[in-house]
Design a protein around this ligand. Structure first.
Ligand code: HEC
Ligand code: HEC
Length: 459
């Protein structure tokens, strides 16, 4: 009976969404409540609905973010889609491929194919050449081993045959172009941290994306860069409805974009790495009210699970060792912490300082069989070597100590943008939780795993 009611509720939501059409963006929400100005219509995702709010008062679809600034027909929105949490997902990419026979601008060989010289002359050839993009939502980022690096590339095993020391093939997920006011590290390898100012780093990023992804012959003007950043920095995106827990701002819940856009933040706000500051491991508090009173309706069990998951995220013990960028920084061989030790920005979950970490996601051990990514052997001048699918932060600093480090990403809007991690190695959030369970020998019970996943899906 409860399940039937849910199905009816969800089909009503779909009906309302369909009725709204694509052009009007400020109507009544599915719950009948008038929306705040600046709210985009919610979009359906794997476990409910996702919503985006713009603090500019309206989401301006005329902004340069949606304009063709290059030569291959791509715009920022091509790879940063609102319905995919401002990233892209394999299922939507496959739909775009099927509708266009693989000629949608995202299917461009400069960084969409597994290698730039791949055959794209027929639909069948395109299906094969864009396999990493279609199956994992991965773009090919090419970076050289830095000239002054304190390590050398001594081996490449590359299933695609186009990687070299001057041109490593790094297959990466688009990071969400939303919730940016909370960011301190731009790009997986922090390569756009060119100044101390977020706004300037994002301008540099917009310029490089136009020159690279969109293959523009000239950089966008300073005014165009600023306009793009003013657009994207006003966006706030979060899950708003969950199939099991219902509306995420009901019954005292503080999910959704309203509370998110009011979230306090400054760089370093809560940071375990700063040992002279008091660290608060209770990072997520948005579902605390549900722990005590989940309600008595059909969504009560769902709310209780989300609240348990939030508590587990904050406090479930993890013994952490050999995390470069963490154990070495605070000089502790073993740290007894939790998910929130690293994901420490209140109610966002990124790290509030620029300090990438190596949790093993580019380790060839986890990747060779499952992902079919190139594996690079890097010999450190000081001795020792690494086998990784992506050197990460080390390509920005040239330091052996930074091999395999990636930014700690924000955790909002996750349900809409599988797969996860920089290389899309985890198809689902359960796979993410299983990765941590294995990497840190957490011995999570099935119930703990399910609660953590329910919580992550509600962000
Ligand atoms: C072809 C796909 C593609 C296009 C087009 C594209 N991006 Fe991206 N974007 C990516 C990928 C992939 C990454 C992550 C790359 C990395 O970290 O190495 C990314 C990262 C970003 C980030 C970093 C977010 C963070 O948290 O660090 C921002 C901001 C961004 N893009 C904005 C833009 C803007 C603005 C444009 C248009 C000028 C644009 N993108 C065009 C694929 C794309
Ligand atoms: C030692 C630091 C650390 C701990 C502890 C940690 N994480 Fe992470 N987390 C990271 C880093 C670094 C990444 C990015 C790695 C990558 O993409 O290669 C990440 C990425 C993620 C992502 C993927 C987000 C995306 O956009 O793809 C999720 C989800 C996540 N973590 C959830 C968790 C959960 C749940 C826990 C606790 C069970 C946890 N993390 C514990 C450092 C940590």
């Amino acid at each position: 009976m409860a399940a039937l009611k849910l199905v009816i509720a969800l089909s009503l939501i779909v009906f309302v969404l369909a009725g709204c059409g694509g052009s009007s963006h400020q109507n009544a929400s599915s719950s009948g409540q008038p929306q705040q100005p600046g709210q985009l219509d919610p979009s359906a995702d794997a476990t409910g609905q996702l919503q985006t709010f713009s603090s500019n008062g309206t989401v301006d679809f005329g902004n340069a973010f949606f304009q063709d600034l290059g030569t291959n027909g791509r715009v920022c929105f091509t790879c940063h889609q609102a319905s995919d949490g401002w990233s892209i997902t394999p299922s939507h990419l496959q739909a775009r491929f099927n509708v266009t026979g693989g000629t949608d601008p995202i299917f461009s060989p400069n960084d969409g194919t597994n290698c730039p010289t791949d055959d794209v002359s027929t639909v069948g050839a395109r299906q094969a050449s864009y396999s990493l993009l279609l199956n994992k939502g991965l773009l090919r980022i090419a970076r050289p081993i830095p000239a002054n690096a304190d390590f050398t590339l001594t081996g490449i095993v590359d299933p695609y045959g186009c990687a070299s020391a001057a041109n490593l093939s790094l297959y990466r997920r688009p990071l969400p172009a939303t919730n940016l006011p909370f960011q301190t590290t731009i790009m997986w390898d922090a390569r756009e941290n060119v100044t101390q100012l977020l706004f300037d780093n994002l301008k540099s990023q917009a310029k490089d994306a136009t020159l690279g992804h969109a293959e523009s012959a000239a950089a966008p003007t300073d005014a165009e860069q600023a306009s793009i950043v003013n657009f994207e920095i006003a966006l706030f995106t979060a899950q708003s409805v969950d199939q099991a827990a219902g509306s995420l701002d009901a019954q005292g819940g503080l999910g959704g974009t309203r509370a998110l856009s009011a979230q306090q933040f400054f760089p370093g706000i809560n940071n375990f790495l700063n040992q002279s500051q008091t660290f608060d491991p209770v990072v997520f508090t948005i579902y605390q009210a549900w722990a005590a009173s989940p309600g008595t309706d059909n969504f009560a069990a769902g709310r209780a699970s989300v609240a348990r998951g939030e508590a587990l995220f904050n406090t479930r013990k993890i013994d952490m060792s050999q995390v470069r960028g963490l154990n070495d920084i605070v000089n502790q061989r073993i740290i007894i912490g939790s998910c929130s030790t690293c994901h420490s920005t209140p109610n966002i979950g990124n790290l509030s300082v620029n300090n990438p970490m190596d949790i093993g996601t580019s380790d060839s051990f986890f990747n060779t069989t499952t992902l079919a990514l190139p594996v690079y052997t890097l010999q450190c001048n000081s001795g020792g070597f690494f086998r990784v699918t992506d050197p990460g932060f080390a390509l920005t600093t040239g330091l052996c100590a930074d091999i395999g480090k990636f930014k700690i990403p924000a955790l909002r809007g996750l349900a809409a943008r599988a797969p996860y991690f920089h290389n899309g190695m985890s198809p689902t959030l359960m796979d993410v939780v299983n990765f941590y369970n294995q990497r840190f020998a957490m011995n999570l019970t099935d119930q703990e795993k399910a609660d953590l996943v329910a919580f992550l899906n509600s962000l």
